[in-house]
Design a protein around this ligand. Structure first.
Ligand SMILES: [Fe+2]
Length: 327
């Protein structure tokens, strides 16, 4: 069976060549020129992927996207928004409307085909929702492929946070949730452009806002998985801080789920002990010293951090990096 793609663009000069290209690649393609028709096609054609222009007269692309994502039958259909060049603000609106990915005009056909293939693969996985491990795998791959600095990061987090959970005597389901969250916690970064994700310096206010969407987007991506009930709060809250200065909800103290606080310590430690585009890796000792100061400042729960430090310092994790114990 051919995979079905719906193209929505009011300009036939950009819509028709796209449709021709995708048909040549073997996809079944329909194209429409306005938002209302797009919604009708969604119901009858049941596309596996929608390429959606933002700027259209009448019902615009953002509104079409919102409606697609609010409809139970189509909410899992990936939507790629096609935006103008001043993409950052459009992206925030697009993320809020539920878009899964973005392409800038003028469209680079190779990029389009690569994104199309990867989103259709993801769609195939979500069609087989029971295959949660398959989804996990593809999601984890897509994160790590984009950022060479995070190579192995997710596996280390899964390992270390589940170990700390075990040490604290958490129930088995929460340990499992920590393991899964370690892999998928940053999956919402699929909507953060490389220019921000890989920027070798401080982010601007707008870039920070885009970056800070990733926990909420990640929660939304994983929400359809029935087996992910305990994973979702970890994804959403892995950037909260004990004193309420974190995001996205500014939770403080015990309002933050313990599992999320555990994952966050592992995440911060791993980031500090790994090379980044803008700095070299810290030694484990120095990383723990920095985190100790942050705990004193109120960012981390003091007792939990002490448990974490004791675990890191207990020998089997102290050798160098988490990667050494992950096997
Ligand atoms: Fe994150």
């Amino acid at each position: 069976m051919f995979e079905r793609i719906l193209i929505v663009d009011d300009e036939s000069a950009s819509r028709i060549p796209l449709a021709t290209l995708l048909r040549r690649e073997g996809y079944e393609v329909r194209d429409v020129g306005e938002g209302g028709a797009a919604l009708t096609e969604c119901a009858s054609f049941r596309p596996d992927l929608i390429l959606l222009d933002v700027m259209m007269p009448g019902v615009d692309g953002l509104e079409v996207c919102r409606r697609i994502k609010a409809t139970p039958e189509t909410r899992l259909t990936p939507v790629v928004l096609i935006t103008g060049l001043s993409a950052t603000e459009d992206r925030i609106k697009g993320i809020n409307s539920g878009a899964d990915d973005f392409l800038s005009k003028p469209i680079d056909f190779n990029e389009l085909l690569a994104r199309t293939r990867s989103l259709l693969r993801l769609k195939q996985y979500t069609d087989e929702l029971e295959s949660a491990e398959g989804v996990l795998f593809s999601l984890a791959q897509s994160i790590e492929a984009r950022d060479p600095y995070t190579s192995g990061h997710c596996e280390r987090l899964a390992e270390v946070s589940s170990r700390l959970g075990q040490k604290l005597g958490l129930p088995e389901e929460e340990i499992k949730a920590l393991r899964r969250a370690g892999i998928v916690h940053d999956i919402g970064k699929v909507v953060v452009p490389d220019a921000i994700l890989l920027k070798p310096g401080p982010l601007s206010a707008v870039e920070t806002e885009v970056m800070r969407k990733h926990p909420v987007v990640g929660e939304r991506i994983c929400a359809p998985l029935r087996t992910f009930g305990l994973v979702l709060p970890i994804i959403r809250h892995h950037h909260e801080r004990h004193d309420g200065s974190g995001y996205p909800d500014g939770l403080r103290g015990d309002e933050i789920p313990l599992t999320a606080a555990i994952l966050q310590l592992a995440d911060v430690y791993d980031a500090l002990t790994t090379d980044r585009p803008y700095r070299k890796a810290s030694s484990p000792e120095f990383a723990l010293q920095i985190m100790d100061e942050e705990a004193t400042r109120g960012w981390w729960d003091r007792n939990l951090f002490d448990d974490f430090r004791a675990m890191i310092g207990s020998g089997h994790l102290a050798s160098h990096r988490f990667g050494k114990v992950a096997r």
